[in-house]
Design a protein around this ligand. Sequence first.
Ligand code: 5AD
Ligand code: SF4
Length: 450
Amino acid sequence: MTYTEKDKNSHSYFIRTYGCQMNLHDSEHISGLLEEAGFKPAAEIGQADLVIFNTCMVRKSAEQKIFGSIASVTSNKDAGKPMIAVCGCMAQVYGVELLNRFPGVDLVFGLGAVGELERLLVMAKERRVCAIENLDECLIDALPCVREKRFKAWLPISHGCNNFCSYCIVPFARGREKSRNLDEILEEASRLGTDGVVEVVLLGHNVNSYGADLPDDVDFVDVLEGVSRIPGIRRIRFETSHPKNITERTIAAIAQIPEVCEHLHLPVQSGSDAVLKKMNRGYTRDYYLDIVDTARKLVSGLSVTTDIIVGFPGETDEQFEETLNLVRRVEFDSAYVFLYSPRPGTRALQMGDDVPIETKRKRFDELHRLQQRITARKLQSMVGKRFEVLIEGSAQKGDFFEGRTRGNHVVLISDYGLVPGMIVEANIISAGGHALRGRAEKVLCNPLLE
Ligand code: 5AD
Ligand code: SF4
């Protein structure tokens, strides 16, 4: 049994996505599948016949927000409408428990079952369904895709993670690391290039361990080199790098391959060796500092960003002070700071959550303020200089176009005649706390003329 033509044409969908870029990209595949099956996107959640929650559970705060949102949509259900489905990390970890918790949810499906979505939706019309398959293959990449942006695309190179950082739910929600075949990645990159994509963001929870699980002798540098040879692709980004696996060879490739952007997102998580050990991060503070020094020496104009967790179990004032010192020493371009949040099934859960919430918040504020000052100083030092900027779209407020430098700094430009997808050389005229203001001086690439 499938959806009838009439059914399909009268069906609209809305996907609410939470979490990381991998989740956002998975939602592009879900949209692709649904649109190929005849569904139309709804402008608002309240107008959709099918609502899908693509969930994240990396922190409890995200989880509570999602539970609240599912509860509010399920409680407004009228005569069985809309159909409500939950997928993503929470589906993978909680499975059928979600059906018990939310009587209004019709379908729970895991990443491995995305390809079966149309069939599952038909089944869910008759009875509530939970479909969680194991995650042995990267099947999702072969599915249709509706990209959010025309000129910029996410390209997963691996799925899952083997690192088991003691605080992290990802290896439980997304399974062990599975690298995609290099030919498959390059074929997809080629299609993106032909389709007019100028910037590709290579995705993996640890891009630096790419290939370790494959029979062929390939590594992350092979991906960078291969993608850089694809016609049309002018910029390559990648996320996330793990300090324990990044090699000097990779850093040299970032320096030497012109298409690879000079930006390294290198989560440090803590500046204290004792905390890093308890986090099972596999490197020391000095090792991390050495990598940053080497990278800055080899890659001119490199921007370095990071993730930091404050209030990990047992973190003392002195250990937190070591994190502040590391941040002062490295001077990151920007940093995401998180309050530690205990997650089910993780090793850190057994360590207790003994740093009081007030202390966590105090540490968060102190670190955040320090980083804000550093970010503002860095942005200020770019004023009066020229940078290559890819125009990504119009900014949310005002009539500015928003673009990004190769270092991933946001630049707002108000010139007329710009279109998304253009790469311009911009003169930076002023700097705010988070973004730069620029003037386009020269068009380097115009998608309308290529
Ligand atoms: N608590 C707080 N932050 C976390 N992260 C991952 N797990 C947790 C957790 N349990 C942060 C890490 C990671 C980022 C994506 O989320 O800093 O790099
Ligand atoms: Fe989580 Fe660590 Fe894997 Fe990143 S490297 S996804 S923090 S387990």
